[in-house]
Design a protein around this ligand. Structure first.
Ligand code: SF4
Length: 353
């Protein structure tokens, strides 16, 4: 196992690149950790980043721990959408701390900047993150280090504090100047692409938190595909095109029901029965009629069609395609999620962006 002086939290955003570069400029070796979950992370870009930025980067999958943290309810609350930024940083730092010994590293780097985000990068939030992740003395924030107490790496002389930065606030001028100094081949946009900060994704995810006590990462992968429909605690995903159908096929898990109109090409439907949600024959027939209503050829028959339902012993079922079935399938809305969010999660605190 190669050893490094430091491990860096690496989102792929500009600040995380600059933080790593600032320490590497002092002749120290840095291993960048790119955390992945159903909500963030682009492991497919790691090879590209390695090449253009000259960084050592590895993916670190935190999906299970992350989903469990969300299901439990983030201690420090959520931001504007479903983003638990403070708890997210704490979770990543705890994982990085565990990895320190494995890589012979003595400190952790993050690209946070005091005051850059109104909530999670306020000074009190930065202190909470250090306290709750147990990284006092070993978390170095190179971009704003001169505004913060000295860390062990600075006190020991391993890192020259004079060559760290004192950036603060929301401006990007200093970061752009550093990007030019390090001759970065590409400047990423500031937004990191976290789905928990985006309404269209958050509304897909929220029903899972509302209806399943212990959701798993694979549930959020399914929630991210195609059209999403809910009828109470019953959940159905339907492909919009061939690409969705392929993704749905890959996402099918044991216990799922897979709907497909027999003989007529069209969308796939995947139902994932949640604990306590009854999928009896009437429910299956209702969902089959609903899935068939998205199949133009089935609609054109103007009569009954057969729907194969993998996972259902009495398949196929004969139904009349219908968009308005008794169960009343509805797409999740952000308005409903916002209302549910108030009941399901702590909203106060410093958790958001
Ligand atoms: S936006 Fe917040 S929740 Fe999302 S990855 Fe960043 S810190 Fe984590």
């Amino acid at each position: 196992m190669p050893s490094y002086h430091a491990l860096a939290l690496f989102s792929g955003g500009l600040d995380s690149i600059l933080a790593a570069k600032t320490v590497m400029e002092q002749g120290l070796s840095v291993l960048c950790l790119h955390f992945t979950s159903p909500f963030f992370g682009k492991p497919g870009k790691i090879a590209h980043w390695r090449e253009i930025y000259g960084l050592d980067i590895i993916p670190v999958d935190v999906a299970d721990a992350y989903v469990a943290m969300m299901a439990q309810g983030p201690t420090h609350g959520l931001g504007k959408i479903l983003n638990p930024c403070v708890d997210c940083k704490i979770l990543m730092l705890r994982r990085a701390k565990v990895l320190l010994a494995e890589y012979g590293a003595s400190f952790i780097i993050s690209g946070e900047v005091v005051g850059q985000r109104p909530m999670s990068q306020r000074l009190d939030a930065l202190n909470i993150i250090i306290r709750d992740s147990g990284t006092k003395g070993i978390l170095l924030r190179p971009l704003c280090a001169k505004r913060l107490p000295e860390t062990d790496a600075e006190l020991s002389g391993l890192v020259d504090r004079e060559r760290l930065h004192a950036i603060s606030g929301r401006g990007r001028k200093d970061q752009m100047a550093l990007a030019a100094r390090y001759a970065l081949a590409e400047i990423p946009t500031p937004a990191g692409g976290c789905l928990l900060t985006e309404e269209p994704s958050a509304k897909r995810f929220f029903p899972l938190f509302a209806h399943k006590a212990a959701p798993v990462p694979a549930d959020f992968e399914l929630a991210n595909i195609g059209r999403q429909y809910w009828a109470g605690e019953r959940w159905l995903a339907i492909g919009r095109n061939q690409s969705d159908n392929t993704r749905l096929e890959r996402a099918v898990a044991p216990g799922d029901l897979v709907f497909k109109v027999r003989y007529l090409p069209g969308p796939l439907g995947v139902a994932r029965p949640l604990p306590g949600s009854a999928w009896d024959a009437a429910t299956v027939a209702d969902a089959a009629a609903f899935v068939a209503s998205f199949n133009p050829k089935a609609m054109a028959t103007a009569g009954d069609v057969q729907v194969d339902v993998a996972g259902f012993p009495a398949s196929p079922v004969r139904v009349t395609p219908s968009r308005a079935t008794p169960l009343g399938w509805a797409e999740p809305s952000w308005e409903a999620a916002k209302e549910g969010k108030r009941q399901r999660f702590t909203l106060h605190g410093v958790g958001g962006r």
